[in-house]
Write a protein that binds this ligand. Structure first.
Ligand SMILES: Nc1nc2c(ncn2[C@@H]2O[C@H](COP(=O)(O)OP(=O)(O)O)[C@@H](O)[C@H]2O)c(=O)[nH]1
Ligand SMILES: [Mg+2]
Length: 317
């Protein structure tokens, strides 16, 4: 196989397919690929973008991606969408919406892995980021849907986490999941055009006051911008905010810390996966698990006691 570092898109795509395969021989090959990539990784700016379906993430990414490519960058777009493994989530729609971007030589668009648990999908996304970086991509944009736990996982693997919301009054803001404000490094009220300009302004003010109640770092308070993804000027403004943040965290040494944290998270996820893999591959433990599940359901044993038994059984292996 040609090296990923050649920057060839088909080579990169093939490598990611290998990564997503569940065959044991492919797992071994992809481990080698990821190990090789690791040395050449870490140079990109990793940006996560979340928001409810329809908020305009893909439209925003297409506009931003084209702008970045025109500015001389290579842009990779990855999706994490575990909501609909059968159809591949909203990705089919995304593909057509990013039609212009996907035709660009310096853009690489990859839909979400469609099989596996959310943890597995997150894991593959982490490795895919490294492969993209080794292939020379300067900016990696990760689109994720604002449902379930996926946005939490994505926020832990990026340098900047952008939360997009729809314009609207208080009700919608109440609907924002608790905790999302803490994850956000920047927020965008999108679709600020036409009839919604005014309500977008109101949402912005509400977000600003909600954010002011949170503890922010000494040099960064999560900004809130309004944006129309159809308007390149707006999109560039959002990018400027991300660039400003990146410069600040780089200068303060926090980027290093954040990347270290990303790696520790990654390691922990791998340990968890390996342990669960071991539990499931041992027939003795597997039957113990089934037994305990029944006992827990019948309230014959507490979940704590059951978990302790499983860990003990693992010790005795
Ligand atoms: N008016 C308006 N419509 C938008 C904007 N951004 C996206 N849309 C439209 O909203 C719909 C959903 O956009 P999409 O990018 O697929 O949303 P996603 O599900 O978050 O990726 C599409 O019909 C877009 O054309 C915007 O800034 N203003
Ligand atoms: Mg989309």
């Amino acid at each position: 196989m040609t090296s990923i570092r050649s920057g060839n898109k088909r080579t990169l795509a093939k490598a990611i397919t290998l990564l997503e395969s569940s065959l044991d021989e492919h797992k071994e090959q992809s481990r080698v690929l990821v190990d090789e990539a690791l040395v050449h990784s870490g140079k990109s700016l990793r940006v996560g973008i979340t928001g409810v379906p329809g908020v305009g993430k893909s439209t925003f990414i297409e506009c931003l991606g084209l702008y970045l490519i025109n500015s001389g960058f290579k842009v990779a777009v990855l999706a994490v969408d575990p909501s609909s493994p059968v159809t591949g989530g909203s990705i089919l729609g995304d593909k057509t919406r990013m039609e212009m971007l996907s035709r660009e030589e310096n853009a690489f668009i990859r839909p979400s892995p469609t099989s596996g648990s959310l943890g597995g999908v997150a894991q593959k996304t982490r490795e895919t980021i490294l492969l993209c970086e080794a292939a020379g991509y300067d900016v990696v944009l990760i689109e994720t849907v604002g449902v379930g736990q996926s946005e939490y996982l994505v926020s832990k693997m990026v340098d900047f986490f952008l939360v997009m919301i729809l314009p609207g009054a208080g009700d919608e803001l109440q609907g924002l999941k608790k905790g999302i404000l803490e994850l956000a490094d920047g927020m965008v009220v999108n679709k600020c055009d036409g009839d919604t300009v005014q309500s977008a302004g109101v949402s912005k003010q509400q977000l600003v006051s909600a954010l002011s109640l949170l503890n922010q770092s000494e040099y960064w308070s999560t900004p809130v911008l309004t944006c129309s993804s159809f308007n390149e000027k707006d999109v560039i403004q959002v990018w400027a905010m991300i660039g400003e943040y990146f410069d600040l965290v780089k200068a303060s040494g926090d980027l290093r810390k954040r990347r270290n944290k990303q790696n520790i998270n990654w390691m922990n996820a791998l340990i968890e996966e390996a342990l669960i893999g071991r539990l499931n591959s041992n027939s003795k433990i597997k039957s113990l698990l089934l037994e305990l599940e029944t006992s827990v359901k019948k309230l014959e044993i507490t979940p704590y006691a059951a978990a302790t038994q499983v860990v003990q059984a693992l010790d005795e292996l």
